[in-house]
Write a protein that binds this ligand. Structure first.
Ligand SMILES: [Zn+2]
Length: 374
């Protein structure tokens, strides 16, 4: 049986348990959302190949903004050292002829400030109190205005699935430690599986974790209340190296061509105090952010989706990027960014093409920092 068919069958079986008959996902909502754990063994073909052509390239992952006092929590894995990761990779390699990327002079990497910041404790705590619905909303507008509220019809993970989410997120974070912050933005799902399988420091993804990731990717996000388009149809989406270019000093990439030119143009006109705060994000990176947001939202997937596009739904995978004020920290990812001189300048120049406006119909909060490119 194909794995996907198996998922469907298992979901139906779960639904039967829940509802005493055929049931849709609607019946699995709120505190009853159940994700089946497969019993059949799944050979990971992607992971069966020996890592050979995929030596991680050098990644300086330079800090883009000075940590300010606004930052209450230090970024997770702030001390990640890719150069050591490559050494470890060398040790881990299963084929003698794998050549290793030139070792760096081991700089201490500081991770740029991102939209979602979790402490190490938050990222690994499996015993949180799962979100409880606390109110209803009649309109999409009401929900996006109060985007951090737990609404009655929100989809919320069960405790068991929350634990699985945390396990999976921890492993994904170890992949990021291993490949470096910049590379992690663009690596494919299959590459992440390979790195995990062949590095004991990461450890292979378990069947349950893979099942969970499949579930998240295939889930109909409109059920969460997220009405944006699915722009990436395949979990295994590959972003070729030659299509992206790293913006020095940011740890982030933009696509070559129009996005690169557009970024350089607006920065040229607004000034150096405007900086790329998030660029190209492939599926694995979007998983990481969405799952971290779900942790912040105590397992409430709908609440997470009001702040962050679910995997496959982010325009960061095809051209959009975020900008902020140098030194702006986490405020760059709040409505406060709209009050900065940088934003006003962007607006005056007519460059503001906001993807998620204050009254969007897509179920997403206002994001003045997110620049629509495609
Ligand atoms: Zn964005």
């Amino acid at each position: 049986m194909k794995r996907r068919d198996f998922i469907k069958q298992s979901l139906s079986a779960s639904a039967v348990l829940v509802g005493g008959g055929y049931a849709s996902f609607d019946m699995l909502r709120q505190n009853n959302l159940a994700i089946p754990i497969p019993v059949e063994h799944r050979a990971s073909q992607a992971a069966a190949k020996v890592l050979n052509a995929a030596n991680p390239t050098s990644d300086e992952g330079i800090m883009i903004q000075t940590l300010t006092e606004q930052i209450v929590h230090p970024p997770v894995h702030a001390q990640s050292r890719p150069a050591l990761a490559y050494e470890q990779h060398k040790t881990d390699q299963l084929q003698a002829d794998v050549t290793i990327a030139q070792a760096e002079t081991a700089p201490i990497i500081e991770q740029p400030i991102e939209e979602i910041v979790l402490t190490k404790e938050q990222a690994s705590n499996k015993n949180v109190e799962i979100a409880k619905p606390e109110g209803s909303a009649k309109t999409v507008q009401e929900k996006i205005t109060n985007f951090e509220t737990n609404f009655n019809d929100d989809v919320i993970l069960t405790e068991a699935n929350y634990k699985l989410l945390v396990d999976t997120l921890e492993r994904i974070n170890r992949v990021q430690d291993y490949v470096g912050f910049g590379n992690f933005n663009v690596i494919s799902f299959d590459d992440a599986l390979k790195y995990a399988k062949y590095s004991p420091r990461i450890g292979a993804f378990t069947e349950s974790e893979l099942q969970f990731l499949d579930f998240m990717f295939d889930y109909d996000s409109s059920q969460l209340g997220f009405l944006g388009e699915k722009v990436i149809s395949k979990q295994t989406n590959v972003i070729p190296d030659k299509e992206v270019v790293k913006m020095p000093g940011t740890g982030h990439y933009v696509f070559r061509g129009h996005p690169e030119e557009f970024y350089k143009k607006i920065r040229g006109e607004v000034g150096d105090s405007l900086i790329l705060t998030s660029g190209v994000r492939n599926v694995v990176k979007q998983y990481q952010l969405f799952m971290a947001k779900t942790v912040q939202a105590s397992g409430n997937l709908s609440r997470a989706s009001r702040s962050l596009a679910p995997p496959g739904h982010s325009y960061h995978a095809i051209g959009d990027f975020d900008v902020g004020q140098v030194g702006g920290g986490l405020q760059n990812f709040t409505a406060a960014f709209a009050s900065t001189d940088e934003f006003k300048r962007l607006q005056d120049l007519g460059y503001v093409q906001i993807r998620y406006t204050a009254n969007n119909k897509l179920g997403v909060r206002y994001e003045p920092w997110h620049i629509r490119v495609v």
